[in-house]
Design a protein around this ligand. Structure first.
Ligand code: MOS
Length: 690
């Protein structure tokens, strides 16, 4: 790859379109004869619909139809039972979408939804996760396919014999994904073919799911997702909105636009499961770990099993001879949890990196030094050397930039007027994966190039990064390259998720560019277009199994009001080792975005569930608090110049998730340093500090 575009800061290619409002999102495409769908959520937790009265709704001006289980088009039961919508009278959780009103205007649809009357038979329900729930069980594996439990050595014996021990239980609440653009779809049918503009992290998985549900060949479904206003995991697969829009469009035989409201995102789209995590650490007098155990409990629904891989982080992070991790799950009458930025690693790192801070205090070792002493050259889980592991370098550079040296470890030792000041650190890691992809590139007679790939840019800057990679792989200035993404008519590619988008897509783009250069060298007739394609299925599948991870170190300084317990974050600083950074502008935005979401987890976000009601009671951004700009006083993200040849042709590890991992623990550790109070159940509210 010739030096050039990669590594340089370019603004997003679609930036101007986005800020001027001309970039079109899923329900913004002008559509002839369009109608509007509005969903009706179930008003009970668990039960059965006994009657749907649509008379009043249908009499309301503009209402065209009310779809429900009694009249909706039939669909096949696909692999995701929660998408088998409007097919049966059963209600599995409060808020489940049980009807859709279609009308000639959005307002008419909304009014129609208000007028639908539904009667239910209800049963008792259980919606609160506890560590002694009678329904606790051991799932067969955890997301996506990790072993449920792992054992090495003899944890109990190792723990009992150690001079320094920590035994602590950490709790995290439910967290709700709130992308700026809600789940939204425009669907239309024409000659038995289905066209959807969907807000999704992956057009191809949506296409596959729709084809399955509607029993169509894949080629009969086209999914376009040119611009997507965020997802954080919640749009990783087809979700309710696209299925309901397609059902409604078929029923009324007109195009349908359907967007969920902000309130409707809290549950039905998936959420981060609450967790209860017991972590036990044992060490010798120097703080070298001898025994590590992480037992994680989380929840799933009665509809489908989703088992968060909460303790997986602990398997590869720090070395110790005696190690055990377990996952247990309980089925509750709740919506199915799903991916939210770094599922597993994020809540798991909160627990382990908090426990490491407790161990540092118990052992009398500086918490940065403690992590350095427990670094692992060989993956404790896979037993193989990491392709690259620069956790220690991140810790060292972070400590230096943050000004960690000389820190007095004594809690409540620093005071600034009425504020207690404290600092905290945490480690961070996230797997660097890649999946097979395909791409094509065309050389045009005018000297320009067109790269085509069904990648998705959910706001990350992926489009711009791939354009830079393509330019370098072609050996031309990026101005001569055009890139098209976000459409299943383009070469098939995996979703934007698991921090593996850029790794997977750039691999195929580089190979397609190389193939094109080969063809051009062989000579092409002047004035003609020359195209080449690549498919990395064999190459990615044939890559040796090796532990590949990105690393980071998070440093936080907080001040806590000594009288009120109010927590403010003075500084957040992260140093990351994530392979080659394609675009410093968009990379920084991913990292500080992840770190901000980690601050939000530490201090603000909390789904509050009321067992009597059987649902979260805070269903909007007025009552579900998130970190805002005013809460982020100083945030800095740095990265090491890391080269790892055992990843992928672009040498990237992925940056979407590493920023959130560890941040909440760094905040909790800083709060402990400031106040002497160890908060083990997030969020850190002021009532827990006074
Ligand atoms: Mo991300 S939670 O893997 O989309």
């Amino acid at each position: 790859m010739s030096a050039g575009a990669v590594g340089r800061a370019y603004p997003r290619l679609e930036g101007r379109e986005k800020v001027t409002g001309t970039a079109r999102y899923a329900v913004e495409y002008p559509t002839d004869g369009v109608t509007y769908g509005w969903v009706v959520p179930a008003a009970v937790v668990r039960g059965r619909i006994t009657r749907v009265d649509t008379d009043e709704a249908l009499a309301s001006p503009g209402v065209l139809a009310v779809l429900h289980h009694g009249n909706a088009p039939r669909i096949a039961p696909g692999p995701q039972p929660e998408l088998w919508l409007l097919q049966e009278p059963a209600v599995h959780y409060r808020g489940q979408f049980v009807a859709v009103v279609v009308a000639t205007s959005l307002e008419a649809a909304r009014e129609g939804a208000r007028l639908v009357r539904i009667d239910y038979d209800t049963g008792s329900h259980s919606t609160v996760l506890t560590d002694d729930h009678p329904g606790l069980y051991k799932p067969e594996h955890v997301n996506p396919s990790y072993p449920t439990d792992t054992v090495e050595g003899d944890f109990d014996a190792g723990y009992a014999a150690a001079p320094v021990r920590v035994d602590a239980t950490y709790r995290t609440p439910a967290y709700h994904n709130n992308p700026m653009e809600p789940h939204a779809t425009t669907a239309r049918w024409h000659d038995g073919r289905l066209l959807v503009h969907d807000s999704t992290q992956g057009a191809a998985p949506v296409q596959a799911t729709l084809a399955e549900l509607f029993e169509l060949p894949r080629e009969s479904v086209r999914v376009i997702a040119e611009h997507v206003g965020g997802g954080f995991g919640s749009k990783g697969y087809a979700k309710a909105a696209v299925v309901l829009a397609a059902l409604a469009a078929r029923h009324v035989d007109r195009p349908v636009k359907l967007a969920l409201t902000r309130q409707q995102l809290f549950g039905p789209i998936g959420y981060r499961t609450p967790t209860i995590q017991r972590v036990r650490l044992a060490a010798d007098a120097d703080g070298r770990l001898t025994a590590v155990c992480h037992d994680a409990i989380s929840q799933t629904s009665t509809i489908r099993e989703f088992a968060e891989q909460t303790a997986v982080y602990t398997r590869s992070m720090y070395a110790a001879p005696h190690r055990r991790t377990t996952h247990r799950l309980v089925r509750l009458d709740v919506p199915t949890p799903f991916w939210m930025r770094a599922p597993g690693e994020c809540p798991g790192a909160y627990a382990l990196e908090s426990a490491m801070d407790e161990l540092a205090i118990a052992a009398g070792v500086d918490p940065v030094e403690l992590r350095i002493r427990n670094d692992a050259a060989v993956d404790p889980d896979q037993g193989q050397p990491f392709t690259s592991r620069n956790l220690v370098a991140c810790l060292r550079e972070g400590a230096q930039r943050f000004g960690w040296a000389g820190r007095d470890p004594t809690p409540r030792a620093r005071r600034d007027g009425r504020w207690l000041v404290g600092t905290g650190v945490a480690g961070s890691s996230y797997p660097a994966r890649a999946r097979p992809s395909s791409a094509s590139v065309t050389a045009r007679p005018d000297g320009s190039f067109l790269a085509r790939i069904d990648a998705t840019d959910i706001g990350t800057g992926a489009r711009t990064a791939l354009w830079q990679v393509a330019a370098d792989a072609l050996g031309v200035p990026p101005e001569r390259v055009e890139i098209r993404i976000g459409d299943t008519d383009l070469p098939v590619a995996p979703l934007a998720g698991g921090s593996m988008g850029t790794a997977s897509w750039s691999w195929a783009v580089v190979r397609a560019c190389e193939a094109l250069r080969g063809k051009l060298r062989a000579g092409a007739p002047p004035g003609t277009e020359v195209s080449a394609e690549a498919d990395t299925t064999d190459e990615v599948g044939g890559q040796p199994e090796r532990p590949r991870y990105a690393y980071g170190a998070q440093f936080v300084e907080v001040r806590v009001d000594a009288d009120t317990g109010e927590v403010r974050v003075n500084r957040t600083l992260g140093v990351f080792a994530a392979g080659r950074v394609v675009n410093p502008t968009t990379a920084r935005s991913q990292l500080i975005g992840g770190m901000t979401m980690g601050l939000s987890m530490a201090l603000h976000e909390e789904g509050l569930l009321d067992e009597r009601y059987g649902d979260w009671v805070n269903h909007d951004l007025a009552t579900y608090h998130i970190t805002g700009c005013a809460d982020v006083e100083s945030i800095e993200a740095y990265w090491l110049d890391e080269r790892d040849d055992e990843l992928n042709p672009a040498g990237v590890k992925g940056l979407g998730e590493i920023g959130i991992v560890g941040t909440a623990a760094a905040v909790a550790n800083a709060v402990h340093h400031a106040t002497g109070v160890r908060v083990r159940d997030l969020p850190i509210r002021l009532d827990k500090l006074v």
